[in-house]
Design a protein around this ligand. Structure first.
Ligand SMILES: [Zn+2]
Length: 268
């Protein structure tokens, strides 16, 4: 089922990854980015939710910072520095759209949009329709997105509202569907049932993107740059690289790979 290809699948195209948060692009597409850099077509990672919080921070945002070992005052600066290092490792250029993370957003009355983090995966996408429309316009005007020869966008596995917003905005872009590959959000995708729902209908054209050992190693080293997220990803499980590798090797008969999906036009 599907195609098995490596860097040749890029066909000389420069990739742009739409990353919801700082680490998502490398976690999910770091191997493809490394392959692009090696092939002379280095990519760009456009991080959507990269904006600084406006004080006062919600209790949930402060809790998140504490869990990450980040100070409230310079959390974004620290994460940006981590991202800069990760971009160097995978050979990509960062672009940041500066929209505040769900944990930082406030409603019209100035109250936290998501006072409890459990609401972030359960929130109805319709409640973010305004932001989705604004974001689609920003993406359409951003040269790294507008001119991207190949766009990598999230399937939003794991259901985080920021990933779903990114997916919904990407769907509003007026693009040839053949130039958009939908990526599996890691690490959420490694859970056994992650792909069963609600993506069954989209399982029409998976592309197995084979990686060399060197490309996989660059991806893992890139992920390692996001030190503040280590206590959060997979609940702080220090074996994250091992589990990511097991999943990646399960896709292509023992060699590491990333899997990308093509969504039918009916779902766009
Ligand atoms: Zn994320």
């Amino acid at each position: 089922m599907g195609e098995h290809q490596g860097a040749e699948a890029l066909a000389g195209r420069t990739p742009t990854v739409l990353s919801a948060h700082y680490d998502d692009g490398v976690l999910s597409c770091g191997g493809l980015l490394a392959a692009g850099a090696e092939a002379g077509t280095p990519g760009t990672v456009v991080t959507v939710f990269s904006g600084a919080p406006e004080p006062p921070l919600s209790a949930e945002a402060r809790k998140f910072h504490r869990a990450c070992g980040l100070a409230d005052a310079d959390a974004i600066a620290r994460r940006e520095a981590e991202d800069d290092r990760a971009m160097d490792v995978v050979g990509a250029t960062p672009v940041r759209l500066g929209v505040p993370d769900a944990l930082y957003r406030k409603d019209a009355a100035g109250n936290p949009r998501y006072p409890r983090d459990t609401e972030i995966s359960r929130a109805a996408l319709e409640s973010e329709a305004e932001l989705i429309g604004e974001l689609a316009a920003v993406m359409a005007a951003e040269p790294a997105v507008r001119d991207a020869e190949l766009l990598l966008a999230p399937l939003a596995i794991g259901n985080h509202i920021d990933h779903r917003i990114t997916r919904a905005a990407a769907r509003l872009l007026d693009r040839d569907p053949d130039t958009v590959w939908w990526y599996e959000d890691a690490p959420y995708v490694i859970f056994p049932r992650a792909l069963l729902e609600p993506f069954d209908e989209s399982r029409t054209a998976p592309r197995i993107f084979r990686l060399t050992g060197g490309q996989w190693d660059r991806k893992l080293r890139g992920i390692g740059c996001y030190a503040s997220q280590a206590p959060i990803l997979l609940g702080g499980n220090t074996e994250l690289p091992k589990y990511l590798t097991m999943y990646a090797e399960s896709l292509a008969g023992g060699e590491p790979a990333e899997r990308y999906w093509k969504l039918p036009a009916a779902q766009l």
